[in-house]
Design a protein around this ligand. Structure first.
Ligand SMILES: NC(=O)C1=CN([C@@H]2O[C@H](COP(=O)(O)OP(=O)(O)OC[C@H]3O[C@@H](n4cnc5c(N)ncnc54)[C@H](O)[C@@H]3O)[C@@H](O)[C@H]2O)C=CC1
Ligand SMILES: O=C(O)[C@@H]1CCC=N1
Length: 279
């Protein structure tokens, strides 16, 4: 994409107003600015962003405010604050939502109908990115309500795509399942690293060596999965020599009471928690 083409991909009817520039909002903002969103079209509302974020915003010529901006109709109102804060934070933003505004929320659990109680009926997207967005390697699930026009959908897709692929889902409830799989998913993988390192330590390796081995193994396996045309099952089979060491380990992990039932239970718990955060 040339600069001009990419700026066009992000053209909105008004400024992109980002509420909350923390881990996720900040990661997306970084992606927007790197991928051609003009800084001058972005207003960041955050009472307390990290110092590096303040600098990035200033360097890009974007605006940073700590209060709700006045006299502005947002082209995109992008909500990236904690779900538990939204009932307190959102009501004063209602004047920023006009006929041509598309509201995007990445908050876990919060339903579009809960957003409507604060912001009124509007074109709205619920999206669920994940933290690998920080290195441009996230994946996002998204759901659009019926008010979202084709143009708005494309614009939101372009804004989310800066962090990796975007998967549109047919029902809003699917977003809670997406949250359980990929929104929270990076934490499961990091925990896998911790478990592998701890198990290696118990086998007698130095703790820091075991951690380096586990970390690079998961990072390398992730990269192989990313680059290979083969699916995960095929890649697993490639490691597994008949009668070998991997088969011995997988015999434990893939037993009836192994990882699958644990994952079933864990993801069910994540989805249930998302549903509890709905209101
Ligand atoms: N961390 C993750 O892995 C993911 C988080 N999410 C969702 O993203 C949202 C943000 O999460 P994080 O970025 O992790 O949180 P965070 O705590 O890193 O960032 C939240 C930001 O909101 C700001 N903030 C607090 N009060 C505010 C106010 N009144 N007005 C404007 N900004 C305000 C904070 O200063 C902070 O910079 C949450 O709703 C979460 O469910 C979605 C996908 C993944
Ligand atoms: O733990 C959470 O609630 C957020 C949503 C997905 C990842 N982090």
């Amino acid at each position: 994409m040339t600069g001009e083409q990419s700026a066009k991909a992000f053209a909105a009817s008004g400024p992109i107003v980002l509420i909350g520039a923390g881990n996720m909002g900040g990661a997306l903002l970084t992606g927007w600015l790197k991928n051609g969103v003009p800084g001058s079209s972005v207003i960041v509302v955050d009472p307390n962003p990290a110092e590096a974020m303040r600098k990035m915003i200033a360097d890009a010529g974007a605006s940073h405010v700590t209060e709700v901006p006045k006299g502005v109709t947002a082209g995109v109102l992008f909500i990236a604050v904690k779900p538990q804060l939204m009932d307190a934070v959102l009501p004063p933003f209602k004047p920023l939502v006009g006929e041509t505004t598309v509201v995007v929320s990445i908050a876990a659990g919060k339903t579009l109908s809960a957003l409507e109680t604060h912001l009124g009926k509007a074109a709205m997207v619920r999206a669920m990115p994940n933290t690998p967005a920080m290195v441009g390697r996230g994946v996002t699930g998204a759901f659009a309500n019926a008010r979202v026009s084709d143009g708005q959908r494309q614009l939101v897709q372009n804004l989310l795509k800066v962090s990796g692929p975007v998967e549109w889902v047919p029902g809003e409830a699917d977003i809670d399942s997406v949250t359980a799989v990929s929104g929270s998913g990076p934490a499961y993988v990091f925990y896998l690293v911790e478990c592998m390192a701890e198990a290696g330590r118990k086998l007698g390796l130095q703790a820091d060596l075991a951690m380096r081995l586990a970390r690079e193994t998961v990072a390398g396996a992730g990269e192989l999965l990313h680059q290979s045309p083969d699916d995960a099952s095929r890649l697993r089979q490639n490691v597994t020599s008949p009668g070998g060491t991997t088969a011995a380990a997988l015999g434990v992990l893939m037993a009836e009471d192994g990882m699958q039932p644990l994952f079933d239970e864990a993801l069910e718990a994540a989805r249930k928690r998302a549903q509890e955060l709905a209101g």
